[in-house]
Design a protein around this ligand. Structure first.
Ligand code: FAD
Length: 412
């Protein structure tokens, strides 16, 4: 049996960052990064954006070169699944049967797409998008598809819809909720993005479910909606959310509740095991419940935090409390979000929605909770600073786009 200082399961955004940050922080013991995918650790955001359009070549997806890992003595074991954790022996059992002892184990196992549970969901050309392999398959299919149905008007669904529409495909987005991006952004921002895409010919059906997928020769040919409408489809992309990869943790007896539950220092219920990124549910100062976030920022910041904790760079009472931020590219529009709001937070508009350059500020009482910006990078950067500092912002001044956000602050 090998013995390693830190073993990391999951060689995605968070896992690769923990390994890199441990070395940045001066960690000297052996590090093993185990990933079930065959590729070098890569970034997922381009998979629904530049990679699908063909702008981002495959070689630009890798987060770091192979030489990066070898030069920092990070052992990379890709194409290998972590099968079981033997907590009594502090060992990870790999699919190959090899066991690796750890002083500390980091679970960065990410999440996987939820599937449609309707008749016909198994038909050919019904696809979801999480991995490079998924993106490759959708990219190939998009070359010849004529009628693309996207199920789910979340970030990934809309990004795919934008790409397919720009390629001249007939695109129809079906969403169960009454509007797009309902959990993530204001009605104004969701509505703006839908209208922009609808102006280019994409169709939307809200408050609509999928009853079944209709096949022809094993391939999808149409969908039947809950409203009884049949829509032709030779490619269906399903973007109805993800579920955390938490089985490794639950089977090892760690606390799991819609994600691997961690404390304010990102430790699981076993202090020798941490969990980060999409798979982890953590206590956050902006929310009374535990939260699970799906973003590059969250995976990277949590990875850095764990690396600092393991190298004793932070005190025992320091909590992980980074401000969440996110971006999404919707064709010519870049949406950037900073902070976390609830659906009933007030809305203050800044800028001109009709010009496609504006921000929506969300307030709870007098507190700024989040800012959603469309093609307004300066507002986004200022908002991140304001929110991180807990600054108080006057609503009326905030609505005046001639005033820089950064200049209208009264630090509380
Ligand atoms: P992942 O990067 O998913 O890595 C987890 C890895 O663990 C995977 O490779 C998985 O196969 C592996 N694994 C799981 N179980 C095991 C096991 N037992 N053994 C070995 N390996 C295992 N975020 C943004 O902020 N902005 C964006 O624009 C954006 N766009 C996105 C577009 C797409 C198409 C997708 C899919 C995601 C996007 N995201 C975006 C989200 C972001 O990519 C994720 O939040 C981020 O990758 C999470 O990092 P992670 O390390 O937690 O998980």
């Amino acid at each position: 049996m090998d013995r390693v200082g830190v073993v990391i399961v999951g060689s995605g955004q968070g896992g690769a960052q923990v390994a890199a940050s441990l070395r940045d922080e001066g960690y000297l013991e052996p590090i093993l990064l185990v990933g079930e995918e065959q590729e070098l650790p890569y970034q997922r955001p381009p998979l629904s954006k530049g990679y699908l359009t063909g702008k981002t070549p495959t070689q630009e997806l890798a987060l770091r070169s192979e030489g990066f890992y070898s030069s920092r003595a990070i052992s990379l074991l890709i194409g290998q699944r972590g099968l079981r954790i033997d907590r009594a022996a502090n060992q990870l059992v790999l699919e190959s049967g090899r066991t690796v002892g750890y002083e500390h184990l980091v679970l960065a196992t990410g999440a996987r797409p939820r599937s449609l549970v309707v008749p016909g969901a198994e038909l050919e050309n019904v696809m979801s998008l999480r991995t490079y392999t998924d993106a490759l398959a959708i990219h190939d299919r998009l070359q010849t598809a004529r009628n693309v149905v996207v199920v789910g008007a979340g970030f990934i669904g809309l990004e795919v819809a934008v790409v397919a529409n720009a390629m001249g495909r007939d695109v129809h987005v079906i969403e169960f909720a009454d509007r797009a991006l309902k959990r993530a952004v204001s009605r104004e921002v969701g509505g703006f993005l839908v209208e922009a895409l609808a102006r280019r010919g994409a169709k939307f059906s809200f408050s609509t479910g999928i009853s079944s997928l209709i096949g022809h020769n094993g391939k999808v040919a149409a969908i039947l909606t809950s409203a009884g409408t049949t829509i032709a489809a030779d490619l269906v992309v399903v973007g109805v959310g993800v579920q955390p990869n938490a089985e490794l943790a639950s089977e090892a007896g760690l606390k799991v509740d819609e994600g691997i539950v961690v404390d304010a220092q990102l430790r699981t219920s076993d202090p020798l095991i941490s969990a980060i990124g999409d798979c982890a549910r953590f206590p956050a100062n902006f929310c009374s419940n535990l939260v699970r976030l799906e973003s590059v920022q969250n995976a990277v910041d949590q990875a850095r935090f764990v690396a600092m904790r393991l190298t004793k760079k932070i005190a025992a009472d320091v909590k992980y409390d980074k401000l969440p931020w996110f971006w999404s590219d919707q064709g010519e529009y870049r949406l950037q979000i900073a902070g976390v709001c609830s659906s009933d937070d007030d809305v203050v508009i800044r800028g001109d929605i009709s010009k496609g350059k504006f921000s929506v500020l969300r307030f709870r009482g007098e507190s700024l909770t989040a800012v959603e910006s469309i093609n307004s990078a300066a507002d986004h950067m200022a908002a991140r600073k304001l929110l991180a500092e807990g600054a108080s912002v006057s609503r009326s001044l905030a609505a005046d786009a001639s005033q820089k956000l950064s200049t209208i602050v009264h630090t509380s």
